[in-house]
Ligand binder design. Sequence first.
Ligand SMILES: Cc1cc2nc3c(=O)[nH]c(=O)nc-3n(C[C@H](O)[C@H](O)[C@H](O)COP(=O)(O)OP(=O)(O)OC[C@H]3O[C@@H](n4cnc5c(N)ncnc54)[C@H](O)[C@@H]3O)c2cc1C
Length: 317
Amino acid sequence: MSEILVLVEHVDGDVKKVTLELLTLARSLGTPAAVWAGPGYSDAAKARLAEYGAEKIYVAAADEIGDYVVAPKAEVLAHLVAERSPAAVFVAATGEGKEIAGRLAVKTDSGVISDAVGVGEGFVAEQSIFGGGVNVHSRVTKGTPIITVRPNSTAPVAAAAAGAEEKVEVALSDAARAARIVERVVQEKGARPELTEAAIVVSGGRGVGSGENFSIIEKLADTLGAAVGASRAATDAGWYPHQFQVGQTGKTVSPQLYIAAGISGAIQHRAGMQTSKTIVVINKDAEAPLFEIADFGVVGDLFQVVPQLTEEIEKRK
Ligand SMILES: Cc1cc2nc3c(=O)[nH]c(=O)nc-3n(C[C@H](O)[C@H](O)[C@H](O)COP(=O)(O)OP(=O)(O)OC[C@H]3O[C@@H](n4cnc5c(N)ncnc54)[C@H](O)[C@@H]3O)c2cc1C
């Protein structure tokens, strides 16, 4: 089967979960080949990639690749596309991934599809558009299909493969050195998973009533090992930081489970969570629009339902 290149997302040498998802997806359509660009490659990274199906691992580990903003990674991929003629290239639909994909498309004169929530036979990509109201299927008709795929679109499944390493050396162009990284500041991180990557998200809205009350949302989230999200009403009120806003003007999440408490379901909120696999809605108003897309709904006061739910889950742990 033809090779599908999967660009590895890594931080401090750790392979990010989205890469395991992309390897799983690639396996259903061809032979996955991971592409490591930048420093930090290790035996542990190799083992992880092979565990999730990378038959081959192209390693461009030059320190220099990590010194510059995105452009070198696009050059590494372009080099491999020219040399190996892969069937497709999959990149995570993160800020960095989307920029790399765009640059790669220009370099290889290929079409690019962004923000796919699935990819099927013939590299037909599924995208959820217009605030999640419409799903479209599209296919690249020129060059090598380059597809960015949203985190959490595929459940990662291990399937051991060879993980045969091949070193790649690319002479970076002057253009790739145009923007140098001068400092890296590690963001202080809580114990919770990153919102856009979390498998479970628990979100609170105006119904939560205050910043202090968000502690009940956090407790449920921590019981489930989930990330916390919020509606814009809650972030605009200053009850929860803006970086946790889910929706059209916030983050797009696509977890396995999305629990919304005290959120009515405005189209702008749905836009950021509609592709979640299972949606649970807790709202005291049976007519709240979010119930329309709920898999499970509880009509009730969140101040009773959420603590009870937390307690019940704790008991079963
Ligand atoms: C350009 C634009 C961009 C926007 N972007 C976003 C965005 O990115 N994200 C976003 O979320 N919104 C966004 N909005 C705002 C959006 O239109 C809604 O105003 C917002 O989502 C409402 O938030 P909410 O559901 O928390 O509040 P409300 O609509 O006020 O709903 C609160 C809900 O809580 C329920 N409730 C109240 N008390 C309880 C209780 N004790 N127990 C259970 N349920 C209770 C109520 O029944 C109600 O359904 C945007 C708007 C515009 C115009």
